[in-house]
Design a protein around this ligand. Structure first.
Ligand code: BES
Ligand code: ZN
Length: 462
C-alpha cells in the first residue's frame, strides 16, 4: 500500500476512463440475463463469464461456480486491510410489456434527457450499472496504487430477481470462501434523489398465492348465478377483510414483533425533510394512502404492509362475457419490519382464509418466499468512513435511512455468514426498476464510482 493514498489521481482516472467504463457497462447490458426465463439460461451463463473476465482484468482471481440454477461468480483481490465481501446481481427482470419500451431493452444507449445523460436499458440500474461502480473504483485505485486498502471478495449472483433459489445452499456450502468482516451491497438508491444514503434496515418479504375453486367448470352467470358460489366474490370479500377502515391489517398476530419507533428516531426522520408530496407527485398521486396517522417515511421504513400484487379470475379479455368462474386467485405479499415472523404471518393468513370459506369452495396456497426484516448493527468503523466518503462526493450529508424494499441476501449474510452489510447505492426514483425504459443516470454511475474510490481512500487512511 502506498503510504498516503493518492485520491486525486484516482478521481482523475475515473473521469478520464468514464467513456471506457460506460462502454464496458453497455457490453454487459447487451447480455439479456433474465434469470426467471429458462430460455435465457445461456445468457445468464454469458453474463457470469463476462464478470469473471472483468474481474480477471483487474488482477483478481475469479471463477464461475455452478449451482442447480444460474452460476455464482466469486472473485478475490488481495489487499492490506479488512476483508470485505462485495455483492451484486447480474440477472435482470423480464422486459414485458415490451411494447412500452421506446428502444429494445438489450440494445443499451446513452440518451440526453432534460435531467441529464442516462444509460437506457434493462439492468442499467438494477443491478449491472450499480455493481460496476465498485468494480470500476477498484480498477481506478489499482491504476495508482500497488494494492487495495481492503481485501475484496466479489460475489455476484444470477438469481436475485427470481427469488435466489440457490443462494442459501451456496452460502452454507461456501462459508470459508465468502468469509469477511463486512459485506458491501450496491443495489439501493439515493435518499430523495439527492442525498447519498446508507441503508440500515430493510423490510422483510413474504409472498403467497391464494387460489379459490368453486364449481368444477366455468358456468353461465344467468343459468347458475345466485345458487352457485362465485369464487371472485368470495375472494374479494376475503381480501377486503384484510384491512380495517384505518388501513390496519386485521390478521390475528400480524403486528407481533413490529417495533414502536422512538420519538428520537421519528424526529431524526422528520429532520431529513422528505418531500412526500413530490414523491407521490412523481407517479401522479397526491394523497397519502395506507395506515392512518403515519408519515410516508414511517410507513416505508417502519410499518408492515399487506399488498395485493395481482388478481385473476373469470373473463379478462376484450369485450364482455357473462361467466361465473370456477376459479379466482390473488397474489398477496407482506412487507415486514422488526421481529415480525414471516412464517407465523403466512400461517395466520391461511387460517383466516380457510375459516372464511363457504361450503363447496376450496383453497390452494402457493408460497412465494418468506424472509424477515434485517437491521444492520453498524458497529464496523467502515459505516462512519462510508458516511464521510459519500458526504464529500455528493456534497450533501449522507443519511442513515431505512428502505421500503427487500434484499433478502442481506438477511442471509447475517444468519449464515454472521456478516452485517453496508448498503449504499445511487439509484433514483425515476430509474424504472423492473419497469419499461429502465435507466441509470450517468451522474449516478460516475459519482457512484467516485464514492467508492473515496471510501477506499478513507479505509487506506485508517
Ligand atoms: N434492488 C431491489 C431492492 C430495493 C429497491 C431496495 C429499492 C431498496 C430500494 C431488488 O432488486 C428487489 O427488487 N428486491 C425485491 C425482492 C426480491 C425477493 C424479489 C423487492 O424488494 O421486491
Ligand atoms: Zn436489484
Amino acid at each position: 500500500m502506498s503510504p498516503t493514498p493518492n485520491l486525486s489521481a484516482v478521481l482523475d482516472h475515473i473521469e478520464t476512463e468514464l467513456p471506457q467504463d460506460l462502454s464496458r457497462l453497455m457490453d454487459l447490458l447487451r447480455i439479456p440475463s433474465i434469470s426467471t426465463d429458462p430460455a435465457h439460461a445461456a445468457d445468464c451463463d454469458s453474463a457470469a463469464d463476462w464478470l469473471v473476465a472483468e474481474l480477471q482484468s483487474l488482477g483478481a482471481t475469479a471463477a464461475k461456480h455452478p449451482t442447480p440454477g444460474h452460476p455464482m461468480v466469486v472473485g478475490h483481490l488481495p489487499g492490506d486491510g479488512p476483508r470485505m465481501l462485495f455483492y451484486g446481481h447480474y440477472d435482470v427482470q423480464p422486459v414485458d410489456p415490451l411494447d412500452l419500451w421506446d428502444k429494445p431493452p438489450f440494445e443499451p444507449e446513452l440518451q440526453d434527457t432534460p435531467k441529464g445523460q442516462v444509460i437506457r436499458g434493462r439492468g442499467a440500474c438494477d443491478d449491472k450499472g450499480q455493481l460496476l461502480t465498485f468494480v470500476n473504483a477498484c480498477r481506478a485505485w489499482l491504476a495508482h496504487h500497488d494494492s487495495l486498502p481492503i481485501e475484496v471478495v466479489f460475489f455476484f449472483e444470477g438469481e436475485e430477481e427470481s427469488g435466489s433459489p440457490s443462494l442459501i445452499p451456496f452460502l452454507e456450502a461456501n462459508k470459508d470462501l465468502l468469509k469477511a468482516d463486512l459485506a458491501l451491497i450496491c443495489d439501493t438508491g439515493l435518499f430523495d434523489d439527492r442525498a447519498p444514503s446508507i441503508i440500515t434496515s430493510l423490510r422483510g418479504l413474504a409472498g403467497i398465492e391464494i387460489t379459490l375453486t368453486g364449481a368444477d367448470r366455468d358456468l353461465h352467470s344467468g343459468a347458475f348465478g345466485g345458487p352457485a358460489a362465485n369464487p371472485i366474490r368470495i375472494l374479494s370479500q376475503i381480501l377486503a377483510g384484510l384491512h380495517d377502515e384505518t388501513g390496519r391489517v386485521t390478521l390475528p398476530g400480524f403486528y407481533d414483533g413490529a417495533p414502536v419507533i422512538s420519538d428520537e428516531q421519528l424526529a431524526s426522520w422528520e429532520a431529513l425533510g422528505f418531500d412526500a408530496k413530490g414523491f407521490l407527485g412523481d407517479v401522479d398521486l397526491s394523497e397519502l394512502a395506507g395506515e392512518a396517522g403515519y408519515s410516508a417515511l414511517e410507513m416505508l421504513w417502519s410499518r408492515p404492509t399487506c399488498e395485493f400484487n395481482g388478481i385473476t379470475g373469470g373473463y379478462t379479455g376484450a369485450g364482455f362475457k357473462t361467466v361465473l368462474p370456477s376459479q379466482a386467485s390473488a397474489k398477496v405479499s407482506f412487507r415486514l419490519v422488526g421481529q415480525q415472523d414471516p412464517h407465523a404471518i403466512l400461517a395466520s393468513l391461511r387460517s383466516y382464509v380457510e375459516a372464511a370459506l363457504p361450503p363447496d369452495v376450496t383453497v390452494e396456497f402457493t408460497d412465494h418466499g418468506a424472509g424477515p426484516a434485517s437491521h444492520m448493527a453498524m458497529t464496523h468503523p467502515a459505516f462512519d468512513l462510508a458516511r464521510e466518503a459519500l458526504t464529500e462526493e455528493w456534497e450533501v450529508p449522507a443519511a442513515f435511512t431505512g428502505a421500503g424494499g427487500s434484499i433478502p441476501v442481506a438477511g442471509y449474510f447475517q444468519t449464515i455468514l454472521g456478516l452485517d452489510s453496508l448498503l449504499a447505492g445511487f439509484g433514483k426514483s425515476d430509474d424504472g426498476l423492473h419497469s419499461p425504459n429502465e435507466k441509470y443516470d450517468v451522474e449516478s454511475f460516475r459519482k457512484g464510482t467516485r464514492s467508492w474510490a473515496r471510501f477506499l481512500a478513507k479505509l487506506a487512511e485508517t
